[in-house]
Design a protein around this ligand. Structure first.
Ligand code: C2E
Ligand code: CA
Ligand code: CA
Ligand code: CA
Length: 275
């Protein structure tokens, strides 16, 4: 038993080293990656279920690392949150997304919103409203064409977050709750906070046709949102059956691989904007 314990300890340590070195490689190369232009922003269309027209896009960051290749944001965002680099990544995405949306408007397409993900650390910056104002000003984009996706973890950090949300809301910026239903927040925040949109998490959407409880939850979230006069969008829509369910339940919008994966700006232009 003692021998075995020793071996598994060594194995564990080896694996941990592998993990730690990749993690610290990532942590240490974010700043340089930003300087070298290794980061870019892709855009996933958000579709009005009734008209099947594009009503917005979600900005999603991409990183093509010079040595490690393409790294998923699911991997590097948590690392960047830990070491604070999320502030720089977040501002890069914000500024790029505002500028891109303004470019599309200048090209004459019907204006739509660009949704930008906000990490908790980014939103807790004391000057976040200024950072956002500056990004809008520099891009010359009207605030109504920017949406911020906030998670329930941000909202849990209550008091400071509430006044920031009101400040941003007053500027005309839209606010949505991302991954709705996966946190542990109380529903009462839906009354307290100036939210425009609920985004149904993709885990619920995925199981609409395999899990009756997930279907019931999706149905309930849609009806609750409608009763509260909130906009509701389902993410992770992959099949025509899921879309039909959402349409039947009168969900306003949908986003997912059924329509398109996150796309490069040129692909958005080709497929949706005809410019
Ligand atoms: P999220 O905000 O929940 O974004 C949705 C994720 O689901 C994206 O993954 C998107 O590509 C993926 N997705 C969209 N439609 C489908 C579908 O139909 N099926 C499946 N299986 N997946 C779908 P992505 O781009 O890898 O991003 C992962 C997460 O990383 C995001 O989850 C978000 O939490 C974070 N993230 C991405 N970009 C940013 C950013 O600019 N800032 C911050 N703070 N976080 C970001
Ligand atoms: Ca999101
Ligand atoms: Ca989400
Ligand atoms: Ca998510």
């Amino acid at each position: 038993v003692k021998e075995e314990g020793k071996n598994s300890l060594q194995f564990f340590t080896f694996e941990m080293n592998e993990l730690i070195s990749r993690k610290s490689k990532i942590a240490m190369s974010i700043r340089k990656g930003l300087e070298l232009g290794e980061f870019s922003v892709h855009y996933q269309p958000q579709i009005d279920i009734e008209t099947e027209k594009i009503i917005g896009v979600e900005a999603l960051v991409r990183w093509n690392h010079s040595k490690l290749g393409v790294i998923s944001p699911a991997e590097f965002i948590p690392i960047a949150e830990e070491n604070g680099m999320i502030l720089y990544i977040g501002e890069f995405v914000l500024r790029t997304a505002c500028q891109q949306n303004k470019n599309w408007q200048d090209a004459g397409v019907e204006p739509f919103r660009v949704a930008v993900n906000m990490s908790a650390k980014q939103f807790s910056q004391s000057n976040i409203a200024e950072v956002i104002t500056r990004a809008l000003k520099d891009a010359d984009l009207a605030p109504e064409f920017l949406e911020l996706e906030l998670t329930e973890s941000i909202i849990q950090k209550a008091t400071a977050a509430i006044s920031k949300m009101h400040e941003l809301k007053k500027m005309g910026i839209h606010l949505s709750i991302d991954d709705f239903g996966t946190g542990y927040s109380s529903l009462s925040y839906l009354k307290l906070f100036p939210i425009d949109t609920l985004k149904i998490d993709q885990h619920f959407t995925r199981n609409i046709h395999s899990d009756a409880k997930d279907a019931a939850l999706v149905d309930t979230i849609i009806q609750m949102a409608r009763n509260l006069e909130l906009n509701v969008i389902a993410e992770g829509v992959e099949t025509v059956e899921q879309l039909a369910f959402l349409k039947n339940k009168r969900c306003h919008q949908a986003q997912g691989y059924y329509f398109h994966k996150p796309l490069m700006p040129e692909q958005i232009e080709e497929l949706y904007l005809k410019i």
